[in-house]
Design a protein around this ligand. Structure first.
Ligand code: FE
Length: 161
């Protein structure tokens, strides 16, 4: 009986594939694997666009050897970027998916563990996997639009749209 169930389950499992990622949907969740030596932001954006996900939550773990973090300065309304070129563990990546100016946009934050076990954290511009990249994406059935507030210099949810 168990064998029959397993066979059915395997046949129904649909493997999704895109630029530098593979994924499988289980219930309402996508499990996404980003390839070694690949851009996390590009791969996850390609995944969201290909699956037509316009709102949702992203979480993940893995390892990278290059990461660009940005820090927003509200006084200047500008981001300062800093690149870290070293092997680091993604102890947590969390973020959300929305639409900004008609484009699917992932807002991602990351906590990275260094070789000496201290942590770096911040807003993630992009990072390159070196090792695994394991992500869970939970879409919600909606299109969430963010609009730029020029007084503040950031995009905010506009729930009226
Ligand atoms: Fe941010």
């Amino acid at each position: 009986m168990l064998l029959v169930l397993n066979a059915t389950f395997t046949m129904n499992a649909q493997i999704l594939q895109g630029s530098h990622w593979t994924a499988r949907k289980v219930d309402d969740v996508y499990i996404v694997s980003v390839q070694d030596k690949s851009s996390i932001s590009e791969a996850l954006t390609d995944f969201a666009v290909s699956q037509k996900i316009q709102a949702g939550e992203v979480t993940g773990i893995g390892a990278v050897n290059e990461a660009t973090l940005r820090f927003f300065n509200p006084a200047t309304k500008e981001y300062a970027d800093k690149v870290f070129n070293e092997q680091m563990e993604i102890s947590n990546l969390s973020g959300n998916i929305a639409v900004e100016e008609g484009k699917t946009f992932l807002h991602l934050h990351i906590t990275l563990g260094r070789r000496d076990y201290t942590a770096l954290a911040g807003h993630l511009l992009d990072a390159k996997t070196r090792g695994a990249g394991e992500f869970f994406v939970r879409p919600v059935n909606a299109k969430m639009i963010k609009v730029k507030n020029n007084d503040i210099g950031l995009y905010f949810y506009d729930f009226s749209k």
